[in-house]
Design a protein around this ligand. Structure first.
Ligand code: ADP
Ligand code: TRP
Length: 343
């Protein structure tokens, strides 16, 4: 088996210099709906924390969003929304390269090269595809082939580490398999990436207790409107046990699980202890959850409002990011084409 490449080892036929570079971190997020707590704790926060650990590359996966969203105006709106939200939450364009996927169209060319070495069975086994079919989504070829585009996104930047939520782990494993196969067939070409999953927040629960996801309609948005979000949180469905009754299963309570994410650790621990002991009503717990949620994102909310008033700046960040990203992508695509005899 091909081992993950040591990052400072130069690649043969690289068509560019890879020598002595730091770890490259890459992730993407689709502009297919409003950003929610699952996106934030599962992917955005880890990605933001990692931007000081290496060379960080983050992008808005607008090509991917075409597998589920067919409204151009919506896509434009969500693209801006993801850009504003990510920057507001702490993505720093001085530390990270940040761009729109479609501004680096080389990924679609690499996708074709990868498609030809991707076994059908590998894609047929993908949970996210099977889940979508099970939910009655009409399968397009794009939906089926989407992990190959994701592999191209990752491989075209010689990425070492890919921070994602647990639901995306399989796609990074597929990427590894595709890269290994290509390397076996055409010689050492791609860096083999590793998924990076934060196990403490691997799956953020939604308001119905299932995985929080925009496709399940169970999200709490990061930048939700105050009144509507309070209503959503106060509407969390709990069981019918009286406030006085001890709740030995307090750690399973959704409000407690969410409180652990948005509140300081000691505050969440105190509520959990009180719920377990009995005497804490669900209404008070939900109120605390709303207040801590609101405070948790107060600074990001203010920053987002500033950025929204300056759309020219956001567009400039994305344009400059695309120039930097494209310079890398062009070299790696060239390396892959040379390896495959497409000179
Ligand atoms: P959605 O499921 O709402 O469509 P996406 O597929 O756009 O979300 O996910 C974007 C990123 O956020 C991915 O890295 C994904 O793993 C992460 N993510 C989404 N929902 C959750 C969740 N409930 N818990 C943890 N991570 C999540
Ligand atoms: N498929 C990811 C999602 O739905 C988004 C994505 C596209 C991605 N390309 C990527 C994530 C490359 C990490 C690396 O959430």
């Amino acid at each position: 088996m091909v081992q993950p490449r040591i990052v400072d080892e130069p690649l043969q036929a690289s068509g560019g210099s890879l020598s002595s570079r730091v770890m490259r971190i890459l992730s993407g997020i689709q502009p297919s709906g409003a950003l929610h707590l699952g996106n934030y704790f599962g992917m955005m926060r880890p990605a933001i924390e990692l931007q000081t650990q290496g060379d960080a590359y983050y992008f808005i996966a607008n090509y991917h969003s075409m597998t589920s969203l067919t409204d151009a105006a919506e896509r434009r709106r969500h693209t801006l929304d993801v850009a504003l939200g990510f920057l507001a939450c702490g993505l720093d364009p001085q530390k990270s390269v940040f761009w729109r996927q479609s501004d680096v169209p080389e990924v679609t060319e690499l996708t074709w090269l990868l498609t030809t070495v991707t076994p059908m069975g590998l894609l047929e086994r993908c949970h996210s595809y099977k889940d979508k079919l099970a939910r009655g989504v009409a399968p397009s070829h794009g939906l089926f082939a989407y992990p190959v585009l994701m592999a191209a996104d990752i491989l075209i930047f010689d990425s070492n580490v890919v921070p994602v939520g647990r639901d995306q782990k399989q796609h990074v494993e597929v990427t590894r398999d595709i890269a290994i196969k290509f390397n076996q067939l055409y010689g050492e070409t791609f860096v083999i990436p590793e998924p990076r999953i934060r196990e403490d927040v691997a799956v953020v629960p939604g308001i119905d207790g299932q995985k929080m996801s925009k496709s399940y309609g169970n999200t709490i948005e990061i930048f939700g409107e105050e009144k509507a979000t309070r209503k959503k949180i106060m509407g969390l469905v709990m069981d019918s046990r009286s406030p006085a009754e001890p709740k030995p299963d307090a750690e399973k309570n959704i409000a407690i699980q969410l409180l652990k994410l948005v509140a300081p650790a000691e505050v969440a621990a105190d509520y959990e202890t009180r719920l377990r002991a009995g005497g804490l009503g669900y209404g008070d717990l939900k109120k605390a959850l709303f207040e801590n949620y609101w405070t948790c994102f107060a600074a990001a909310r203010a920053r987002r409002a500033e950025l929204a008033a300056n759309p020219g700046y956001v567009q400039q960040v994305l344009r400059e990011g695309a120039v930097k990203a494209r310079a890398v992508a062009t070299k790696v695509l060239q390396r892959a084409k040379l390896a495959a005899g497409l000179d």
